[in-house]
Design a protein around this ligand. Structure first.
Ligand code: SF4
Length: 389
């Protein structure tokens, strides 16, 4: 089957291609707010995990679609030596297939990268790097349990560029209880000055089961303030907009033509293969997830058992509703004719009343066949989307 490589405009598309997500579930140190499927202190397992992941990929039926985007996430994928990441990528290329011009991203923690590592990753076939800067305020980084310094984070962006990466993302987190407005301005200004093509800025959430949640629940740390987070988001929009970044999703900005294809594939409800411990995948309305524990994942592969630990089939209503919720996160919104061709009229008919109410209230808008969140409703996106469920 021919694969389409979407442009990088960041717009919703009915045919976003086919993605591959590879999960590396290891970190040097667990950050206080983190609820991802990642583990510290399992260094002895790294090599066995790479072996198992490569074997799992090699044992798969390649299917008939080659990847238009690949994303190595974690955890800290750059905790692995560059050649080990290269082995996994090579297995994907040779056993699943990668289309021409595919976007191949790896997440990088500033502490685990330097120019030589970035050169090795480029040589291995990665062409986009996403660097976890998070904040440029030392106090904020320390409180979040991040162990890198602001200088180290900016050095990582510069090193990626010097090595030759032409697509660089910087991740930021805002709205922690210890962050002042000037801290946030410092983070935004510093990252803009470093010049990545893409900036993601997410509001800090306090997830159950994290050390941060315990601190907040026991009164040893203040909670997050939604109003302050909304102000920080607006500040991000102002500063990044003035610097030439376009917001193409609620929390993602890019220079024109540099939106992430892999992100757009998720928000366009595309199909993607999930590889590695705890990875999720989606194929034509079937969602599945893999064994979470790295050690158990390795055992399953060596015993020739499936690494999948669960799945669900989405009925037509759930699938089209989820696709609309995801698509409306994109600034472009959703093209309604193409949406109807792909999912039928069911969702639009059953939600005509609430859509009309939200349009009348100025929270949704429609133009030239696209339905989108209005500019003023981005800050309350989750509330608006909940009303559409
Ligand atoms: S580096 Fe990322 S994945 Fe690892 S512990 Fe910190 S937040 Fe979690």
């Amino acid at each position: 089957m021919a694969t389409q490589v979407s442009d990088r405009t960041g717009c919703w598309t009915a045919d976003p291609g086919f993605g591959v997500y590879v999960h590396i579930p290891f970190c040097k140190h667990r950050c206080h707010y983190c609820d991802f499927n990642t583990y510290e202190g399992q260094e002895e397992l790294h090599f066995a995990y790479v072996e198992a992941l490569v074997a799992d990929i090699e044992n798969r039926d390649p299917g008939n679609r080659s990847a238009t985007s690949i994303f190595f996430g974690g955890g800290t994928p750059t905790l692995l030596p560059g050649p080990e990441s290269g082995r996994i990528l090579s297995a994907v290329v040779h056993n699943i297939g990668v289309g021409p011009g595919a976007e191949v991203t790896i997440e990088a923690n500033p502490e685990t990268v330097d120019e030589a590592k970035f050169v090795a990753l480029l040589e291995a076939g990665f062409n986009r790097v996403s660097i976890g800067v998070q904040s440029l305020a030392p106090e904020v980084l320390a409180r979040l349990g991040r162990t890198h310094s602001p200088e180290r984070a900016l050095e990582a962006v510069v090193a990626a560029r010097r090595a030759g990466f032409e697509e660089v993302n910087a991740d930021l987190i805002y709205g922690s209880p210890w962050e002042s407005t000037s801290d946030w301005m410092r983070s935004l200004d510093g990252v803009v000055a470093a010049g990545p093509e893409h900036i993601s800025a997410y509001a800090l959430t306090v997830e159950e089961g994290t050390p941060l949640h315990t601190l907040v629940a026991t009164g040893r740390a203040p909670g997050v303030e939604p109003d302050i987070q909304a102000e920080r988001h607006e500040l991000a929009s102002e500063v990044l907009g003035a610097a030439g970044y376009e917001r193409y999703e609620v929390s993602n900005w890019s220079k024109p033509g540099h939106a992430s294809r892999h992100n757009v594939l998720y928000w366009s409800a595309g199909d993607y293969l999930g590889l590695g411990a705890g990875a999720h995948g989606h194929h034509n309305g079937r969602r599945y997830w893999n064994e979470r524990l790295p050690r158990e994942f390795v055992t399953r592969v060596s015993s020739k058992c499936s690494t999948e630990s669960g799945s669900e089939l989405l009925d037509a209503g759930t699938r089209s509703g989820e696709a609309m919720m995801l698509g409306l996160r994109l600034a472009s919104g959703v093209q309604l004719d193409e949406f109807t061709l792909r999912y039928g009229r069911g969702w639009l008919d059953t939600h005509a009343g609430v859509v009309a109410e939200l349009e009348a209230a100025g929270l949704l808008e429609r133009s030239e066949g696209w339905l989108r969140l209005s500019a003023g409703s981005t800050l309350v996106a989750n509330d608006v989307l909940c009303r559409l469920l």
